[in-house]
Design a binder for this molecule. Sequence first.
Ligand code: URA
Length: 424
Amino acid sequence: MQIKNFIQTKQDSQKLSDEDINYFIKNLDDFSQDEITQWLKAVKANGLDDDETSALTLAMAKSGNILDWKELEPTVDKHSTGGIGDKITLLFVPLIAAYGINIPKLSGRSLGITGGTIDKLESIPGFKTNLSISEIKEQVKKIGLAVCSTSSDLAPADKKLYSIRDVTDTIDSIPLIASSIMSKKIAVGSKNIILDVKAGSGAFMKTIKDAKLLANKMVNIGKNLNKNIKAVVTDMNEPLGHKIGNALEIKEVIEVLSGKEIDDLTEIVIYLAKETINLINPDEKSKEEKLKHLFLNGSVLKKFEEMVKAQGGNLNIDLPKARYIEVLKSKSDGYIQKLDAQTVGEAVFNLGAGRKSVSDSIDHSVGIVLLKNHGNKVIKDEPLLEIHAKSKEDADKVKEKLLSGIIFGQNPSPKLKLIHEIIK
Ligand code: URA
């Protein structure tokens, strides 16, 4: 098929065959940016069905290396579509390993207002994230877990398409997002995949309806490509936990892992872990009690510490600390009804914790500590949150915006629903 016909087929809302899609991805470098953009725009307008999306996913995965973990099976992979204060991977990975399942996890960096696991881990002095595949295998064989950065030889066609989507207003298309994410999951190669698809103001998908569409599309792709896969749609209207920012989130992870009770954050992690274990062994009973026990008896903390040590990190050296810390006090009385995730995410981004483009550097020390959370009663002048900034000037720039994202009411508000739907 000629590229002209390939584009025209989608512009006419006709179905593309697997062969057509393979031809397009295999020869991507031979087409002009304009031709690729015309096709992306046609997809954005007319969609791709599950067969086409699966073919596109597989073709992009096959454009680079596909890893295999035969000697480590069963293995698990997890993906979050990204959020504010989303430190779930950092709790989930050591929990799964403490349960006895191997988890070689390849993660990304922050982009825009959503944080990235690799940036968070790099705030630990000495922590090495660029492991080779044989180093990952060696480490997972020994201790059951590794978290490291993805490499450029995984799904390179997705990288090329994404960079064109980024400048041609074609990011926002569910089949293109689903195939982009899943091509990397297929390239990473684990048989079992759990997806945490976030919905809300701090997420890529702003509504539960869109998050469900994306989750369904990704689960269908995974099943078509022979994976054990589930997606959980979780809430991202408010930040997760109390700390947002790279080093601050590592600090919260250690606090949660050292804690003696199960809080909201650990509840989501346990839910995801329970569903993951169910993917691997549907007959296994009493998972939830065992998972809680692993948190409370320190086994998950021990796994996290083993991983940090294996990857060269040192938790005895202080994490990066911000030069300027200011406590922001409440200007009103009342119960917190809403702590807007997008507003908090933008403030943390403007303090320097995130990057606009992949080559930007970030400040690991800056961020926000919430001293009050959803539903808490607050009295005027009571401390609401801490701003961790490079300077007073930087802190001043985000204050008003932050306060505008905190909505008070005179009545207690119900607990937030964190888990919306499971898609199998
Ligand atoms: N994340 C991805 O990896 N790809 C997309 O298209 C959107 C978010």
